[in-house]
Design a protein around this ligand. Sequence first.
Ligand SMILES: C[S@@+](CC[C@H](N)C(=O)[O-])C[C@H]1O[C@@H](n2cnc3c(N)ncnc32)[C@H](O)[C@@H]1O
Length: 210
Amino acid sequence: MGALGLISPEDCLAYYRAWAATYDGGFAADMDYRLPAHVAAAFLGAKGQGPELGPVLDVGAGTGLLAERLRDMGFQGDIDAADFSPDMLGREREKGIYSGLHQVDVTKAIALPRAYHGVVSSGTFTAGHVGPGALPNLLAVALPGAVFALSINLRVWTGAGFDRAMQDLADKGKIHDLQLIEAQVFCAAAASVDADHAGDRAAIAVFRAD
Ligand SMILES: C[S@@+](CC[C@H](N)C(=O)[O-])C[C@H]1O[C@@H](n2cnc3c(N)ncnc32)[C@H](O)[C@@H]1O
């Protein structure tokens, strides 16, 4: 899967320009891509019966698969999309699931028109994509006590320093109640399509902002 070998933000944008049209029907269907469903379930599980119904920010929203799974599971609040690829945002616009579409690079300080009760992400914290340096930028757009559910591919969990970054945020009291839930990124059908990545696993980091 070439997406995990991307080196620069420019490479990443060019890759998604080409991939946006076939992402759902090709990659996600062929690989039986389950991560958005796991993140949606982890997020809704962590919110429990709390009063917060949104808004939620979907980080690296892509074509909107995570928002679709949240809707499938009954989430009715507003969901906004953040993605730096105009081509992926174009697919989201066609689907009409999001209340707001924001073209932003989450590795830099983000200015958005509102703050969030929830922040979710699937498939964006991975090799060739977004590293732990983005976490403070996301905390900056979260309301106090906001629930986060972010997938982090285990290929980069230690090497990119997510383990240290999460521990540091917890030690400084910026995040609370950190839980890591392991999940398969793909299902069995992926083995015949891309044996190198079929077994990929992710940690879903679930926590509350201070
Ligand atoms: C593998 S796709 C995941 C899309 C969707 N969340 C899913 O699970 O299908 C990664 C997404 O992250 C976006 N992305 C990569 N780097 C980014 C950055 N620095 N800021 C915002 N979005 C970024 C890409 O444009 C792409 O849409």
